[in-house]
Design a protein around this ligand. Structure first.
Ligand code: HEM
Length: 505
C-alpha cells in the first residue's frame, strides 16, 4: 500500500516506459503461449476421467467446473475428450466466425443402432447428404409457409386437448397431470404433420409410435460403454443396450416402412396445401423436382428425426412454462389478461390473435431461456483457435447453453423467471443474440423452431384463455417443486399437477 504515498511526478517517464514494454512483452508472450495451449482440464480420475464430476445433471456439473476452469475447458468422459464452451462470446466464435468448421456432429452408439447405419439429419457430419437433407427440411418440410399449412393440425389437436381437460373438470376441482397431456399433444401434432395420421393409429401390435419414440429417446440418453470407453463397447451387449436398440429400431422401421408403402399405394388426393412430410418427400423424389436423392433408409431416418427432435422438446417446454406460471401468479394473471383482452368475445383463438400477444411471446422466451435443452454437441473439421486456445480437428465440442443463459454480466437476476426482460431485448429464435440460443445457432441450428414455437404458443394461449389454473389444494406457489431431471431434454422431476377451473362465460 506504500505506493499510494509516492508522488507521481518523481516516477521517471523512462521507468514507466520500461514497465509498459515489460508488461506488453509479458502479455504478448502469454498470448503466444495460449495460441499453442490446450484449455485447462479439471482434475480427473483414472479410467472414468471427469465423469464423476458431471453429477446427475450434467449441464450443472459442467457449469460449476467452468466457474473454476474457465469458459473453455477440456474434460474427459471416460477416455473420450470433449471441449466445453460456457460463454456466449465463445459460442459466437463457434457459430459465427467458425460456423462451417464447427458444423459436424458425431454419431452416438444409440443413433447408430436406431438409424441402422443410415445417415440422418441430426447425427450426420456436414456431408453432401446432410446438406441435401437440411435443404429439404428448411425449404420444404419446416418452412414458415409449410408450418402455416399445417396450423389447422395444431388447432384441431389443441381443441381435443381442451375437450379432455373440460371432461376432467366434471370431477370438480381435481388436479390433472399436464406433462402426459402435453406429450400426447406434441406427438399427435408431429405425427399428423409427418405421417398424416395420429401416433396412436395403427401400431401393428408393436406398440404405438409414441411409445416407440419414447423408447428411442431413452436409448439416446442412456449411458453406454461404447460412447465413453470404446474398448469396452462389447459390454453394451451384456447390459442389454444393444438388444433393446435393435428391437426398437426394427419396430420403428417396420412402422415407417408401412406408412411409406401406404402413401405409395394410395397416394392421398388431399388438399394441395395439406400434404404430410411423406407425401412431400415422395412427390419431390418422383418428379425429380428438387435434385434431392434419398434412399428409403434415408427417408425413414429423416422422418424419425422429426419425432426424436420435435416431440419431447416441445412437450417439456409447455410443462415448464405452465409450472413457471403457476409458481408466479402475478405473471400468470398478466399473460392471461393479455390473452383474454386480445381474444375478447371470440370463440376461437387464431394465429392472428397469437401474433399480437407480445407478453405471451416473452413468457415463452423466458421459459426457454431457463429450461431449453441445454447442451449442444458439435464436432470440428480442422484445427482452429478459439479464445486463444487450440482445438484440434475432429474434436467433440459441447456448448453449454444452460450456462450461457445464466451469464450474470448479460442477464439481470439470471436465475429468476422475468419475462419482462424480453420486452426490451431483441432476441429472436434464430440465434442472432448469441447469449440466447435455445434453438442453437448457425448452420446447424434447429430447423423446427418456428414449428415448435407456433405449437407451444397456441396451446398455452388456449389453456390460459379457457381455464384458470390453481395449485392442488393446500399447496402454496413457493412449495411447487421445480427440480429437474435430465433425459434428452430437461424435464420436471415431479410431474406438474394443476387444477383447471373453466373460465366463467
Ligand atoms: C421447444 C422445442 C425445441 C427446441 C428447444 C429445440 C432445440 C434444438 C437444438 C438446441 C438443436 C441443436 C442446434 C445446434 O446444434 O445449434 C436442435 C436441432 C434440431 N432440431 Fe430442434 N428443437 C425443438 C423442436 C424441434 C422440432 C418441433 C423439430 C421438427 C419437427 C426439430 C427438429 C430439429 C432437427 C432436425 C435438428 C437437427 C438439425 C441439424 O443438425 O442440422 N426441433 N433443436
Amino acid at each position: 500500500m506504500a505506493i499510494l504515498f509516492y508522488d507521481a511526478s518523481i516516477i521517471s517517464p523512462m521507468i514507466l516506459a520500461l514497465s509498459l514494454l515489460a508488461s506488453l512483452g509479458c502479455l504478448f508472450g502469454l498470448a503466444r503461449r495460449r495460441q499453442h495451449c490446450r484449455p485447462l482440464t479439471p482434475w480427473r480420475l483414472p479410467v472414468i476421467g471427469n465423469l464423476h464430476q458431471l453429477t446427475s445433471l450434467p449441464h450443472r456439473g459442467l457449469y460449476y467446473l467452468s466457474q473454476k476452469y474457465g469458459p473453455l475447458m477440456l474434460v474427459y468422459f471416460g477416455s473420450t475428450p470433449y471441449f466445453v464452451i460456457s460463454s456466449g462470446d465463445l459460442a459466437r466464435e463457434v457459430t459465427k466466425t467458425h460456423d462451417y468448421n464447427f458444423s459436424n456432429r458425431w454419431k452416438t452408439s444409440a443413433s447408430r443402432l436406431l438409424f441402422t447405419g443410415s445417415d440422418d439429419l441430426i447425427f450426420s457430419p456436414n456431408s453432401h447428404f446432410w446438406r441435401q437433407a437440411r435443404k429439404l427440411c428448411v425449404n420444404e418440410l419446416l418452412s414458415t409457409k409449410r408450418v402455416q399449412s399445417f396450423y389447422y393440425i395444431i388447432e384441431e389437436e389443441v381443441a381435443e386437448l381442451l375437450a379432455t381437460i373440460r371432461f376432467s373438470c366434471q370431477d370438480g376441482g381435481s388436479a390433472i397431470e399436464l406433462g402426459g397431456l402435453f406429450l400426447g399433444l406434441a406427438n399427435n401434432i408431429v405425427c399428423r404433420a409427418v405421417l398424416g395420421q395420429k401416433c396412436t393409429d395403427g401400431g401393428n401390435g408393436d406398440g404405438t409410435l409414441g411409445e416407440l419414440v419414447k423408447q428411442a429417446n431413452e436409448l439416446l440418453t442412456a449411458f453406454t460403454f461404447g460412447e465413453f470407453f470404446p474398448f469396452l463397447s462389447w459390454l453394451d451387449n451384456l447390459t442389454g443396450f444393444n438388444k433393446k436398440g435393435i428391437q426398437t429400431s426394427q419396430a420403428l422401421h417396420v412402422f415407417l416402412e408401412r406408412v411409406i408403402d401406404e402413401h405409395e399405394i394410395h397416394p392421398a388426393a388431399s388438399h394441395a396445401d395439406r400434404k404430410d412430410f411423406v407425401q412431400i418427400i415422395t412427390e419431390l423424389q418422383k418428379n425429380d423436382m428438387s435434385g434431392l436423392q434419398f434412399t428409403r433408409d434415408n427417408i425413414k431416418a429423416i422422418l424419425l428425426d422429426m419425432f426424436l427432435a420435435g416431440t419431447d422438446t416441445s412437450a417439456s417446454s409447455m410443462e415448464w412454462t405452465m409450472a413457471e406460471l403457476a409458481k408466479h401468479p402475478t405473471i400468470m394473471k398478466r399473460v392471461q389478461d393479455e390473452v383474454r383482452s386480445i381474444v375478447g368475445e371470440e370463440h376461437k383463438i387464431t394465429e392472428h390473435h397469437i401474433n399480437r400477444m407480445e407478453y405471451l411471446h416473452c413468457v415463452v422466451k423466458e421459459s426457454l431461456r431457463l429450461h431449453a435443452p441445454f447442451i449442444i454437441g458439435r464436432q470440428t473439421f480442422t484445427d482452429l483457435t478459439i479464445g486463444g486456445f487450440k482445438i484440434p480437428a475432429n474434436s467433440n465440442v459441447l456448448i453449454n447453453s444452460w450456462a450461457i443463459h445464466r451469464e450474470p454480466l448479460i442477464w439481470d437476476r439470471p436465475l429468476e423467471f422475468l419475462p419482462e426482460r424480453f420486452l426490451d431485448r431483441s432476441s429472436d429464435y434464430k440465434g442472432q443474440d448469441h447469449y440466447y440460443i435455445p434453438f442453437g445457432q448457425g448452420r446447424r441450428s434447429c430447423p423446427g423452431a418456428h414449428f415448435a414455437v407456433s405449437e407451444i404458443e397456441y396451446a398455452l394461449a388456449n389453456l390460459l384463455f379457457w381455464f384458470n389454473w390453481e395449485l392442488p389444494e393446500g399447496m402454496a406457489a413457493e412449495e411447487l417443486d421445480m427440480s429437474e431431471t435430465v433425459a434428452q431434454v430437461s424435464h420436471k422431476k415431479l410431474p406438474l399437477r394443476l387444477v383447471p377451473v373453466p373460465k366463467a362465460v
